[in-house]
Design a protein around this ligand. Structure first.
Ligand code: MG
Length: 203
């Protein structure tokens, strides 16, 4: 399986990063070894001093497809979950400055915490899907799919032009504003609506 992550899909986050708004979706990849299995702690790595949380809705692809038309994209996923795109902001800044790829800042071990159970999309209001992240009991991020620059269907159509999507692939759909640093002993809890989706301890 592969993990596709969308960058700058919420205007308020692009603004807080001083990034221009994209005209087309922007994506990068994480290795399958980035997935942090539900219930496992995240061990703060020694190569970064500034790892940030980015809480994101996650689409699970349910069948093979390429060059998927936007109007058919809804047939390629049936479940939505929640995860974190952990980002080594210090390494990312260095990569950006040097015009290098982002992998070392994005695709490291455990950098993609994911929920245990996904939610069937028939139970969700997809055009206004609210989610939030708490850090040590305090709300730090909240977003809604209504604020996405590119909708889920647009993202699937766009990405599938470049690579075949396969069953089990995950698409992290971008983060809203409010990203911030994590610290050892933090507890990060994510919600879709009022449903608790994951709890991640930082060690
Ligand atoms: Mg992200």
């Amino acid at each position: 399986m592969k993990i596709i992550c969308i960058g700058r899909n919420y205007a308020d986050h692009a603004k807080e990063m001083n990034s221009p708004l994209p005209k087309v979706p922007m994506f990068f990849m994480k290795a399958d070894t980035s997935l942090l299995r539900p219930g496992m702690p995240f061990f703060y790595p020694s190569f970064s001093k500034d790892i940030h949380f980015e809480c994101e809705l996650v689409i699970k692809i349910n069948r093979v497809g390429k060059n998927i038309a936007e109007r058919f994209a809804h047939k390629y996923y049936s479940e939505i979950g929640l995860g974190i795109d952990l980002t080594a902001r210090d390494l990312q800044a260095e990569c950006k400055k040097n015009g290098h790829p982002w992998e070392i800042s994005k695709s490291f071990e455990g950098s993609a915490p994911i929920c245990k159970d996904f939610i069937d999309k028939s139970e969700l209001q997809l055009d206004d899907l609210k989610f939030r992240l708490e850090q040590n009991g305090e709300e730090v991020q909240k977003g809604t799919s209504a604020d996405m620059i590119f909708s889920i269907d647009k993202l699937i159509a766009y990405v599938s032009q470049f690579m075949t999507l396969k069953k089990g692939d995950l698409i992290y759909t971008g983060t809203p504003a409010g990203v911030g640093p994590i610290a050892i002993n933090d507890i990060l809890v994510g919600f879709i609506g009022e449903k608790k989706m994951f709890e991640v301890k930082i060690k």
